[in-house]
Design a binder for this molecule. Structure first.
Ligand code: SF4
Length: 241
């Protein structure tokens, strides 16, 4: 196991509230000192992304999650929605008021714009695609108070579930909407404006960064709207041609 993998394991267990891990003796090591009977053998560490992981299993693991402070103001946890075998996954920032109320991502004004972007672009480009064909989720699953940007520790804790979702679906491409999704998926501080329009990568999956629909709803961002449409066109042709 590399140092990076070990660090991710330890952070994962810390997020789950595990404070102490007992180191298991390696099989080929020299005979061990006799252990006191009271010390139980530690269970083998499950994989961060367990083999055969499914969205249902991830949802069960999240449960009534209280792993970060965002649970305090939550009405409904917003896991994600869409085709579980989608070739394309959209990742947003976090639920807003409408999403928190309905337990579904992108159902407010920004969500309606996202639907128009997906279906309108697909129609214009002659691609038979509706919103239900893709998968849509967020970096954090609970609504941040006053719709503030999720904080780094919240993104890191909840990000474990996002990575498992992406790994379980294994889409042909990911579209990161806005800077929070970009930070979480690519682990970069580079802004959307610099990264958009060019393919990036999460593990071996191509990632397109573009503007969050709520940013595009502001009247002075009409140029960004054109750019977002161009980004989406590129994504749809790559995934569905
Ligand atoms: S935001 Fe994620 S980690 Fe935090 S309480 Fe909600 S589901 Fe759990």
């Amino acid at each position: 196991m590399t140092q990076d993998e070990l660090r991710r394991y330890l952070e994962f267990y810390q997020d789950l509230g595990v404070k102490t891990l007992v180191r298991r003796q390696a099989k080929h090591a020299a005979p061990a000192e006799p252990q006191p009977a009271a010390v139980a053998e530690a269970p083998a560490l499950p994989a961060l992304e367990p083999a055969g992981d499914t969205l249902l299993k991830i949802l069960e693991d999240i449960g009534d999650c209280k792993r970060c402070r965002l649970h305090e103001g939550r009405n409904k946890l917003v896991f994600g929605t869409g085709n579980e075998q989608a070739k394309l996954v959209f990742v947003g920032e976090g639920p807003g008021a409408d999403e928190d109320e309905q337990g579904l991502p992108f159902v407010g004004r920004a969500g309606q714009l996202l639907t128009q972007m997906i279906e309108g672009t697909a129609r214009k480009e002659g691609i038979p695609l509706v919103r239900a064909d893709v998968y849509i989720c967020n970096v954090v699953k609970c609504r941040p108070p006053e719709n503030r940007t999720p904080q780094p520790d919240e993104m890191e804790i909840c990000g474990q579930f996002l990575y498992r979702q992406l790994q379980a679906i294994r889409p042909k491409a990911i579209c990161a909407l806005g800077s929070t999704a970009t930070k979480a998926v690519l682990g970069t501080k580079e802004g959307v404006t610099r990264l958009r329009g060019k393919w990036q990568r999460w593990r071996d999956i191509p990632v397109m960064v573009t503007y969050h629909p709520s940013y595009l709803l502001r009247p002075y961002n009409q140029n960004a709207k054109k750019e977002a449409w161009e980004d989406l066109k590129m994504v749809l042709h790559y995934v569905y041609d």
